[in-house]
Design a protein around this ligand. Structure first.
Ligand code: LLP
Length: 430
């Protein structure tokens, strides 16, 4: 469920019309719906009510301070992967004692920062890292809470760059050697063993991979609880969202990898069924599920041009603003912000490539997609851009990053101002 809707021929973010926001703040512009963010968090938290649990929002998906603050006020925990993300959570008023720190390459400085701030737990991804956390903790005369990320070797489908739960990739510790690793960790005096974690991938739209992984992990969780008294099992993030409503509605049944929504309730039911009897707290680390459909990217059409048989609509947003289509071939629905040319009840649909100004052929948001006949000056919105949108934006081609606006009912406010040209060279010298 999200609160971006077309009413009266215009796209609205909650109670604010998107064209008004574009006029006031310029384009490209990220627009977030606070109500959607909070609604997703609350629904997941409530659906997991049958088991002791903690929702740790994956900060990497969207780390704007206003997004983090909205979730912190709801009592959310946070899944962080760097010292920078911990800093952001603290700035947003989040509770460090509800932060878990994952990632394969934590530096000594980041480990010490997190120990000093009193995070809930490190999620270690190798024996060498456990040793480094142990040394850091002893140096500070502390015991660092740790869990180990276990790689359950379950294929979760999805794009190869975001699948993580098999032995083909760099994440976690192989399932087979985990019990011995915990035994060795138990002898490290700087560590306090707290839990165990898994994460199998991202944009997963069926419950089966989660169920298979949780089933594989359950005996291990029991064993680690008996041997080391672990008190939580984190099942990671990865719940997918609907990017393409045509696929989800079954209009394209012949597609092999149809994108069906995995509802919060179906996911939670599976989690409760598989983990309810384990006697430990269940942690989940959703990023996309919370933020994905809570944000859009608004852009303006600069030019329309034809070359050969192709029709290109060139917009003022580019791969540096939203890299998912260029990097993963991801689909984002693109809708006009205002119904085009009032009076035309049945707009002409034309095969269109929507592209950005960056000097790379890969800078395209879609190819040959049937779209209304867009013209220069029209506004378009890229939907489902709230997760891994701004968070992955860069200054490539010396393009200032967009402003971000948070809408709350009929109110809106800028939660990150547009970068200026001066921002582009901040910190540099010649
Ligand atoms: N926990 C861990 C350990 C993770 O590595 C991730 C995501 C999450 C939780 C959150 O996953 P989510 O619930 O958002 O699926 N940039 C890619 C996605 C990369 C995901 C990386 N890890 C994209 O735009 O699709």
């Amino acid at each position: 469920m999200h609160r971006f809707q077309v009413k009266g021929g215009r796209l609205w973010a909650e109670g604010v019309s998107v064209d008004r926001l574009a006029k006031a703040h310029g384009t490209p512009l990220y627009v977030y719906s606070r109500g959607t963010l909070v609604d997703h968090y609350r629904r997941l938290d409530a659906a997991l009510g049958g088991v002791p649990h903690m929702v740790c929002y994956a900060v990497k998906a969207n780390s704007n301070l206003a997004v983090l603050a909205a979730l912190a006020r709801e009592g959310s925990g946070f899944d962080i992967v760097s010292g920078g993300e911990l800093y952001r959570v603290l700035k947003a008023g989040g509770d460090p004692a509800r932060c878990t720190f994952a990632g394969v390459g934590k530096t000594r400085e980041e480990i010490e920062f997190a120990i000093r701030k009193g995070i809930c737990c490190f999620v270690a991804e190798s024996e060498a890292e456990l040793q480094e956390i142990d040394r850091a903790a002893r140096g500070l005369r502390r015991r660092a809470p740790v869990a180990v990320r276990v790689n359950p070797d379950v294929a979760a489908g999805g794009h190869q760059k975001i699948t993580t739960g098999t032995y083909e990739n760099k994440f976690g510790v192989a399932f087979e050697g985990v019990a011995e690793l915990y035994a060795r960790a138990a002898r490290m005096r700087g560590l306090a063993i707290r839990g165990v974690q898994m994460h199998i991938g991202s944009q997963i739209t069926a419950p089966e991979p989660f169920v298979a992984a949780m089933r594989k992990m359950a005996p291990l969780v029991r064993e680690l609880k008996a041997a080391h008294g672990i008190d939580f099992f984190s099942i990671g993030g990865g719940v997918g969202i609907v990017y393409d409503p045509a696929l989800a509605s079954g209009m394209a049944e012949w597609w092999e990898d149809r994108e069906m929504p995995l509802t919060i309730d179906d996911y939670a039911r599976a989690v409760i069924a598989e983990t309810g009897g384990l006697g430990v707290q269940v942690q989940v680390e959703p990023g996309r599920l919370i933020a994905g459909n809570a944000g859009i990217l608004v852009a303006r059409v600069l030019y329309v041009k034809r070359t050969g048989s192709k029709r290109f609509v060139i917009v003022d947003a580019a791969m540096n603003d939203l890299i998912r289509p260029a990097l993963y071939g991801s689909f984002h629905e693109i809708v006009p912000v205002r119904q085009l040319r009032s009076g035309a009840s049945d707009p002409e649909w034309v095969a269109t490539d929507v592209v950005g100004p960056v000097c790379e052929s890969g800078d395209a948001f879609c190819h040959d997609r049937l779209m209304p006949d867009l013209r220069a000056g029209d506004l378009v919105a890229f939907l489902s851009a709230g997760a891994y949108g701004f968070a992955m934006a860069s200054n490539y081609n010396a393009r200032p990053r967009p402003a971000e606006v948070l809408v709350d009912g009929r109110k809106s406010r800028v939660v990150r101002r547009r970068e200026s040209r001066a921002d582009l060279v901040r910190g540099e010298c010649r």
